[in-house]
Write a protein that binds this ligand. Structure first.
Ligand code: HEC
Ligand code: HEC
Length: 330
């Protein structure tokens, strides 16, 4: 097992404006949540400017169910990421697997070879190919905004690479990776500068749930080593799951189109419209808020924008909690 060193450095301020969305200086009248574009900071996994600890991964890494072994520098690599369970998926194309001849940012590094991804990125497993290719076009043209990563990555890819990546990820079977828990008080957490992962605060303590979704790995070490078997907890406000079920079944707030009429039976996708059952709740919230604010195109083969136009942030949180509680497969 790798050494997992947590250095407690009382409120060391990491150099101003950490990577993610560049500098933002709040001005009077802005949304108090103040994430990218003034959207809620918790949904976008923005790195905390104050890091209570520094985590370093070192040494050789083994995982309980894998015969492979990697140096920690490989488990952290974007260019040549680990493939822990090669028997669980087809041979990935170079654009996904990385290594020699691959891109600087291989898809398998963030989304993993299993495609299940992490809450701060996205689950690509089983996405319809048409939807996948359209998202890549949106990222290329900035119709969908994710400037720190996907906009740049998409712009470097050829049509052929996008097609190969899309065929690979759409062939993968989705897996349930998240347990949704309703709570009114939750452990104190922060977003680490290492992988933008939400971690338990080293000093412990609790805080009110508030109107948020707080999602973290059950075992941060497995997650940081990019173990596709690692799983997550999503804390959501009390009553969210049943409220979300109502909204999903009715389309919400006086609207009459249930989500399943487009997203298919069990919300597991229909033609080019993607599955939404069993997605990471914090991802769903981020997508719906982005679509609502014009930061994600969200049209495609049917109009998704009008569906979200009338939803409050609380509604979106409830919908995300309910969708996260569902099984992604029948
Ligand atoms: C550095 C990390 C990183 C790498 C590497 C990466 N992605 Fe992403 N990807 C993200 C993030 C973050 C998101 C979520 C964007 C959002 O929240 O809107 C995302 C979202 C996506 C989506 C949208 C999924 C959906 O359901 O709408 C697609 C498609 C995608 N990525 C494809 C790729 C492909 C193809 C590659 C390899 C060429 C790749 N990604 C490499 C971070 C990454
Ligand atoms: C009229 C058809 C329609 C209805 C009704 C509909 N959607 Fe969608 N939805 C779509 C389409 C089409 C897309 C893909 C948009 C694109 O290509 O960007 C989509 C995309 C999404 C996504 C993004 C998935 C991803 O992987 O990023 C989410 C989340 C979503 N819808 C949730 C919902 C919810 C929740 C409801 C009900 C409240 C709903 N949708 C109702 C058509 C619909």
């Amino acid at each position: 097992m790798t050494m997992y060193r947590r250095v407690f450095c009382n409120f060391v301020v990491i150099a101003a404006c950490v990577v993610v969305y560049g500098c933002r200086v709040a001005t009077v009248g802005e949304v108090p949540d103040g994430g990218p574009y003034g959207l809620p900071v918790w949904a976008y996994h923005v790195v905390d400017p104050v890091q209570p600890e520094v985590i370093e991964l070192k040494g050789l890494v083994h995982l309980p169910d894998s015969a492979r072994e990697y140096d920690a520098s490989v488990t952290e690599s974007f260019k040549d990421p680990p493939d822990w369970y090669p028997d669980e998926h087809p041979v990935p194309p170079t654009v996904v697997a990385g290594g020699v001849g691959g891109p600087a940012m291989a898809c398998g590094s963030c989304h993993m070879m299993s495609g299940v991804g992490h809450p701060e990125n996205a689950d690509l497993s089983g996405l319809p190919i048409g939807y996948f290719v359209r998202q890549m076009e949106y990222f290329k043209s900035d119709a969908r905004k994710e400037p720190a990563r996907m906009n740049q990555i998409a712009k470097t890819l050829s049509e052929e690479e996008i097609r190969l990546a899309g065929e690979y990820f759409s062939s993968l079977k989705p897996r349930k990776t998240v347990q949704v828990i309703e709570a009114d008080t939750i452990p104190k957490t922060y977003i680490s500068s290492l992988g933008r992962v939400r971690m338990l605060h080293p000093q412990g303590g609790t805080e009110p749930m508030g109107n948020r979704i707080i999602q973290m790995p059950l075992d941060p070490l497995r997650l940081l080593n990019r173990d596709p078997h690692s799983t997550f907890i999503a804390y959501v406000p009390l009553g969210s799951i049943s409220k979300g079920e109502q909204l999903v079944k009715t389309g919400g707030a006086g609207k009459t189109i249930p989500c399943a009429s487009c997203h298919g039976e069990g919300l597991r996708g229909l033609g080019d419209i993607p599955r939404i059952a069993g997605l990471q709740p914090v991802y769903v919230t981020r997508q719906l808020i982005s679509i609502q604010n014009g930061h994600s195109a969200g049209d495609g083969v049917a109009p998704m924008k009008p569906v979200v136009a009338h939803l409050s942030q609380e509604d979106i949180i409830a919908i995300s909690a309910y969708l996260g509680s569902l099984s992604p497969t029948s």
